[in-house]
Design a protein around this ligand. Structure first.
Ligand code: MF3
Ligand code: CO
Ligand code: CO
Length: 273
């Protein structure tokens, strides 16, 4: 794999890994903080009887108020400001007029473009009171993201990240989705490298200071297999088991990482309080 100074790179996917300097980190910090603030904001509106379309509208409005454009709007034909994935939906759930029911667990995934930079993050929410196993799934998924993050430093590999996530999740008797990955991002929404949430230590791409990417593990209670519904977007578990996801956008620093999408309110895992 070759690395390229992001300032010299074309604004396109070339497969090369872009390395960013102080201005890239500053841009990502700003975009990431607005995405995180929106995820902080939306929690109080996640309730039984609320539609995911209404939540999506709030995410659009919040973006407009903060000079942030939802990156998903008109992205490859997608026409919403967020992805909202309920229960057995793994990711790319389309906001709709369906009302949330008691015990529904949902991932809300927001990417805003701010001054050309993409801040991409997602968290889990619950309408009403979750079942005990659903709450455990949420906790395991959050912890798996933290384990993946802890593996990030120059000289480590993407395989180290995936291995940290996979071994933890499988020890908890849950499974890691293989069909969707984390990704480089910056001025592009989805760039090299792919960040697999499973793998072997030392394999994959070597991490270097200045890399910017997401880690966004999707964890299922049952088997890892997914399928896409006829709408062309909604990814669900084949066995219909519950699925959860957390996502941060991060940058690799001299001796570790910076989270761009940390909560301004200090929220970590659900419940946010
Ligand atoms: N935000 C998602 C991610 O984490 C991508 C959503 S693309 C969409 O990469 F088109 F489905 F919205
Ligand atoms: Co992402
Ligand atoms: Co996302």
């Amino acid at each position: 794999m070759t690395y390229i100074n992001a300032d010299d790179a074309p604004l396109a996917y070339t497969g090369q890994i872009k390395l960013y300097g102080a201005n890239g980190f500053a841009g990502m910090r700003k975009a990431g903080q607005i995405a995180a603030a929106a995820l902080d904001m939306i929690g109080e509106y996640v309730k039984v009887g609320v539609t995911t379309a209404a939540l999506d509208q709030r995410i659009l409005d919040f973006g407009i108020d903060h000079n942030a454009i939802p990156a998903t709007l008109n992205y490859k034909g997608y026409t919403h400001s967020s992805c909202i994935s309920i229960n057995h939906v793994i990711c790319h759930g389309i906001p709709s007029d369906k009302k949330l029911k008691n015990g529904d667990i949902l991932n809300i995934d927001i990417t805003y473009i701010v001054d050309g930079w993409h801040g991409d993050s997602s968290r889990m929410y619950v309408a009403g009171t979750p079942k005990r196993l659903a709450e455990r799934l949420i906790n395991v998924t959050y912890e798996s993201l933290m384990r993946g993050l802890a593996a990030v430093k120059p000289g480590a590999t993407t395989g180290d990240i995936g291995h940290a996530i996979q071994t933890y999740v499988e020890a908890e008797r849950m499974s890691v989705v293989r069909d969707f990955v984390g990704h480089g991002l910056g001025r592009l929404f989805h760039d090299a490298p792919s960040i697999f949430h499973f793998g072997e230590p030392g394999e994959g791409e070597t991490l270097a200071e200045g890399m910017i990417f997401t880690i966004e593990p999707m964890v299922n209670i049952g088997k890892p297999n997914s399928k896409i519904l006829k709408d062309g977007w909604t990814a669900v578990t084949r066995d219909r088991s519950l699925s959860a996801q957390y996502e941060h956008s991060i940058g690799v620093t001299k001796d570790g990482y910076e989270i761009f999408t940390g909560s301004p309110k200090g929220y970590k895992c659900w419940p946010y309080e």
